[in-house]
Design a protein around this ligand. Structure first.
Ligand code: SF4
Length: 247
């Protein structure tokens, strides 16, 4: 429309009217960045940063009129710029929720973009981003299937939890502590139940040849399982000590 009629974005020229409507119907604005990078190569170029400044101004105008705002960020950002992106955006947009689409930290992961973006998501979450928009393995290729949606969601739950462990350590560490204890005691029921994807964990653990039940090692190290060897070693040391004392 803008190209056809050679006119400015009507949402900008009628922004005050949009604010009036949002006030009247209690609508929250989601201000997205149309000039966000489409590749890590143009991350934080002049256009993106200038737009972020404009979005900060639009956010302030809406908040002054009591309209709630959230701001959407990139996209595609190399790993070394992810934290800087969150700090810059937060300083420009003020105290409103900032959310990002990962970001993808590389452009070559087609078929695995949920992983490439979950890496960026974990870093942005730890840097203080407020919401993560998840990607699936089919990003840049096709619409996702239900299974791909599940894969993407799980990748992002892991990323969000990794971020929470940095941001809210005491509030989120219990899950990891419980898993560590379940691993130490070779409590497989508990380990599977605590897994982020219990179904997949059970499928892998239940492969042919897998040791069944609790207190047995898995097939990764078998008899050399540290959780079997360590208690044996400690018991041996205790007995040795007793023997030396009686001699
Ligand atoms: S066998 Fe190895 S991987 Fe499996 S539970 Fe023991 S230490 Fe862990």
């Amino acid at each position: 429309w803008m190209l056809k009629y050679d006119k400015e974005n009507p949402y900008i020229t009628h922004y005050d009217y949009m604010i009036e409507l949002a006030q009247k119907y209690d609508v929250t604005f989601s201000l997205g960045d149309a000039l966000r990078p489409g590749s890590i190569l143009d991350s934080h170029d002049e256009l993106q940063v200038q737009e972020m400044i404009n979005i900060g101004r639009l956010a302030k105008r809406a908040i002054e009129k009591d309209v709630q705002v959230m701001v959407e960020g990139p996209g595609h950002v190399p790993l070394n710029e992810v934290t800087a992106n969150v700090i810059l955006a937060k300083s420009l947009i003020g105290d409103v929720p900032y959310y990002v689409l990962g970001p993808l930290v590389t452009d070559i992961a087609s078929g695995h973009d949920h992983i490439a973006s979950a890496i960026g998501a974990a870093v942005s979450a730890s840097a203080g981003v407020d919401l993560l928009c998840y990607l699936t393995p089919s990003e840049h290729l096709a619409l996702p299937t239900p299974d791909e949606v599940k894969e993407g969601l799980i990748a992002y739950r892991i990323a969000a939890h990794a971020g929470d462990l940095v941001k809210l350590r005491e509030k989120s560490i219990k899950w990891d502590m419980d898993m560590t204890e379940a691993r130490r005691t070779l409590d497989w029921e508990k380990q599977l139940a605590l897994s982020i994807d219990p179904e997949k964990a059970a499928l892998i653990h239940g492969r042919t040849g897998q040791h069944p039940g609790n207190n047995v090692p898995c097939t990764m190290c078998g008899g050399a399982c540290v959780y079997i060897m360590l208690p044996q070693q400690r018991k041996y040391e205790r007995e040795e000590k007793k023997l030396q004392q009686t001699e």
